[in-house]
Design a protein around this ligand. Structure first.
Ligand code: KG4
Ligand code: ZN
Length: 354
């Protein structure tokens, strides 16, 4: 089953062609440069950029397969699309295009939850079928991105339960906001990682670790951002510590976020007694975090899986196509194409396969 998958959930226009877990072609047209000067994603700009680029990205994805047999939509078996959660006006562009293609070429349509996509990103393979990771259920999955910080029990294929979430800012969002406060631009994660590394990832300031005392698996990062802001500017906004070393600030902030993620993950391992870990989403591009996660899991004699290729950490359509492949095997196609709409909320309380 060859699937053409579309993801326009935030600020990347992405289309992929997949066959089971293999990616035959994947194109990601990033909008980062358009949003950079605003310090975050601007919905109206995202929508327009998706609309302007989606046809080009579909064509380019088909062209890049490089195999005459499947480089036309006629040779595709089904269309998959991210239904949500995500930025509403952005999601709608992908959904509209998927419906249009499904009708025009008479293809079946599969909708995919974006979070499912991130979870399966750890199992996506290249066109040669590598890496060959077997599924060893159950897994404890941690999704950490600009929009999400969630613990999910991944019990079996397409079978999940959310067991912890952020109550406010996501972990990537916290890094982005700290970078903005420091005048480092958007996105914040990569630049904070680089500056922190230059000072040995040392925790100089010991900022608060939110929610560590709570007995549940929820997170809250907005208080950390506020204390960071007050530390820098003083409660009275008079710039108490504005001249602090920026690398030390970045390193300390990153350590506060990561220490919280690690301690909560340890709590989740103990509560669930699962030591098979999946850590996915944009923030796991960070090598410091990967090391901390590896150190943690070795204490519990378990295994941690990250997305095997860097492009799979951020938003991409390959992971959506791979989920769609598993859904197709279970005949989970959309019954009435006209009924497919976006999920109206940013995050789902009940996380089930749509
Ligand atoms: O998964 P993603 O591309 O998009 C969302 O679905 O949100 O994640 C983007 C987030 C941003 O907050 C960005 O700052 C963060 O991932 N990020 C990183 C790194 N690269 C991207 N955070 C920490 N270290 C990185 N190297
Ligand atoms: Zn995402």
């Amino acid at each position: 089953m060859r699937i053409l998958a579309i993801d326009t959930s935030c600020d990347e226009t992405s289309v992929a062609i997949t066959s089971r877990r293999r990616v035959l072609s994947n194109v990601i047209y990033s909008q980062i440069l358009l949003h950079k000067k605003w310090g975050g994603v601007v919905p109206s700009i995202a929508k327009r950029a998706h609309e302007e680029r989606i046809d080009f990205v579909v064509d380019e994805t088909l062209r890049k397969v490089g195999n005459k047999n499947i480089c036309s939509l006629h040779n595709i078996d089904a269309i998959a699309v991210t239904q949500g959660p995500g930025l509403a006006v952005a999601l709608e562009v992908g959904i509209k295009k998927a419906k249009e293609l499904a009708k025009k070429y008479n293809k079946k349509l599969i909708s995919v939850n974006h979070l499912e996509g991130h979870i399966y990103s750890a199992f996506v393979q290249n066109s040669k079928g590598n890496p060959k990771r077997d599924f060893k259920f159950p897994y404890l999955a941690l999704i950490i991105s600009g929009g999400h910080t969630e613990f999910v029990l991944f019990k079996n294929h397409l079978d999940y339960e959310i067991i912890g979430s952020t109550l406010d800012d996501a972990s990537g969002e916290a890094l982005d906001k700290a970078a903005k406060i420091l005048g480092l631009g958007y996105p914040g994660g990569p630049v904070i990682e680089r500056l922190a590394k230059e000072v040995g990832n040392i925790d100089f300031h010991n900022f608060p670790r939110p929610m560590l005392k709570s007995k549940d698996l929820n997170f809250s990062f907005s208080g950390l951002k506020t204390s960071f802001y007050y530390f820098l500017n003083g409660q009275d906004g008079k710039g108490a510590h504005v001249n602090q070393n920026i690398k030390q600030l970045a390193s300390s902030f990153q350590e506060a976020v990561f220490d919280t993620l690690i301690k909560k993950t340890e709590m989740a391992i103990k509560l669930t007694t699962i030591n098979q870990l999946i850590v996915v989403g944009g923030v796991v591009a960070n090598l410091r975090l990967r090391k901390l996660m590896r150190d943690l899991i070795s204490k519990y004699h378990g295994e941690v899986l990250f997305p095997p290729y860097k492009y799979l950490t951020g938003d991409n359509a390959s992971m959506i196509g791979v989920v769609a492949g598993f859904k197709a095997e279970k005949d989970l196609f959309i019954k009435n194409i006209d009924e497919l709409g976006r999920i109206p909320r940013m995050s789902l309380n009940k996380f089930d396969s749509i």
